[in-house]
Design a protein around this ligand. Structure first.
Ligand code: URP
Ligand code: ZN
Ligand code: ZN
Length: 470
């Protein structure tokens, strides 16, 4: 396989920051040094003035996922291409345990769909809805023999995705003992469903009621409950899409007590606040995601937690649904909820803008150091989900997943220039500082400016190990 030398770039990892040459060979980082001399067969790329970052690791994405009544509009092909253009080279999606298939069947089904399409490397968390002896046996098998070491459980969406507390506890106990991770969507689903029913009965049908029926206190209650279940199970636990201080305060307290609680937030909770819901226009269905956007005060707490490591990951929860009926052949997406907010499929796109938006509002605004930016978007997600050091860093022997990032460039974001099938971006018209210039997947150049050099199916399923956080 061809070798490439990235010359004179500024290598940024979670801990290091230095100018060096990086030699990629046979899909891995072969050597790092100063003024390296290489043969003529080695392609040399001058990276002076550019950051050399480990490829992003996004551990919360939904492609071809059934969410409520709809299916997300990104295929594994379009979603992973968008990921690549945004500097993300590994994603962890979901395999759903349905009423008719088991966890192992769900993994196999998802792989059958993903393998031929993915343009970056991937894995899956299995969504577990029901637990019995057979399910627990398959979960153990998945961890030991399939390289699937994380599982997702919902405390929300009763009758659809929600698992009861006993099921969550049993999973925490077994998966925790085996060194894996249970990731939890923490919201009190049954009380939320009651609030939704009452709002609809009162004639409140517009999208703003999505946010009003999912108050932060119900995220806090479920987070607290999840922590206590993990404490009893003596297990590590991971909270997805933390949006509010109501949730965060329990996470902070639990970590101070020494309970191994980990958590992510998402760019949209840092970029936008609940003022967007002050409208009765259907347009705000764009912001109908779960949990909803919170207050500016909540945002301050999220930033503080990101600084002091009470939040360890920024993942996208990329969960795209189109606004325009028929866009790229997708029908009945957001429009489903035109006359009833509870029918709007929950979720928003974000996979392609994660790194650049966080660079702009985090690094450029002095809220995150460069090392912390890499740690939150690549290294720690890789560690928590058993991908490190294959993924998540620039080190000899690691996969040559490398992003050349230009901190001096800027770009104005438009959905029509992005690569997702989604017809909108929450960042439409916004100018962001920083730009992904080139992306390498296992040493192969897949993004070169605006040019796509990747191909469907070149991504690989990555068997994962246990949690590396202790
Ligand atoms: O709005 C969201 N987050 N949709 C995806 C499903 C989930 O809750 O993660
Ligand atoms: Zn969720
Ligand atoms: Zn999600």
């Amino acid at each position: 396989m061809a070798s490439t030398l990235i010359r004179n770039g500024r290598v940024i990892t979670a801990t290091d920051d230095y100018v060096a040459d990086v030699l990629m060979q046979d899909g891995v980082i072969h050597a790092i040094g100063k003024s390296m001399v290489v043969g003529e067969s080695v392609q040399v790329i001058d990276a002076s003035g550019l950051y050399v970052l480990p490829g992003g690791v996004d551990t919360h994405v939904h492609m071809e996922n059934i969410v409520g009544p709809s299916i997300t509009c990104d295929t594994f092909a379009s979603g992973t291409k968008a990921a690549a253009f945004g500097g993300t080279t590994t994603v962890v999606d979901f395999a759903l345990q349905t009423d008719t298939d088991s966890p192992l069947a769900a993994i196999a089904r998802t792989q059958r769909s993903a393998d031929a399409q993915v343009a970056v490397d991937y894995s899956v968390h299995v969504i577990i809805r029901k637990v019995d002896k057979q399910v627990l046996a398959e979960v153990r098998h998945a961890m030991r023999h399939e390289g699937v070491t994380s599982f997702k459980m919902f405390m929300a969406y009763p009758g659809v995705m929600m698992a009861d507390d006993a099921a969550i506890f049993q999973m925490l106990r077994q998966v925790g003992a085996d060194g894996g991770m249970v990731a939890v969507h923490a919201e009190n689903g049954t009380v939320i469903d009651l609030l939704i029913k009452e709002a609809l009965e009162a004639g409140h049908t517009s999208p703003r009621y999505h946010a009003m029926t999912r108050p932060a206190i119900l995220e806090g209650e479920a987070t607290h409950r999840g922590i206590r279940l993990a404490e009893l199970a003596e297990a590590q636990i991971y909270f997805v899409h933390v949006s509010s201080n109501q949730a965060l305060k329990h996470i902070v307290a639990a970590r101070a007590e020494g309970i191994p609680v980990f958590a992510e937030t998402c760019p949209h909770y840092l970029l936008f606040d609940d003022s967007v819901y002050n409208s009765d226009e259907f347009e705000i269905a764009k912001y109908v995601m779960t949990p909803p956007l919170r207050t500016p005060e909540d945002q301050k707490h999220l930033w503080r937690a990101l600084r002091y490591d009470d939040l360890q990951v920024i993942a996208t929860d990329h969960c795209p649904f189109c606004m325009k009926e028929g866009h790229k052949g997708f029908f009945q997406q957001k429009i489903r909820g035109q006359h009833d907010f509870s029918q709007i499929p929950n979720g928003a796109p974000g996979i392609e803008t994660r790194l650049v938006s966080l660079f702009d509002i985090g690094v450029m605004q002095g809220k995150l150091s460069l090392n912390r930016f890499v740690q939150l978007t690549s290294t720690t997600p890789a560690k928590l989900f058993g991908l490190f050091p294959k993924k998540g860093t620039i080190a000899v022997g690691s996969d040559a997943d490398v992003v050349l990032f230009d901190p001096a460039a800027s770009q104005t974001i438009h959905a029509k220039h992005l690569h997702s099938n989604c017809d909108y971006t929450l960042l439409e018209g916004r100018t962001l500082r920083g730009r992904v210039k080139k992306v390498f997947l296992r040493g192969q150049l897949i993004v070169d400016g605006e040019q796509w050099l990747g191909r469907e199916g070149m991504g690989r399923f990555v068997p994962r190990g246990t949690v590396q956080a202790f």
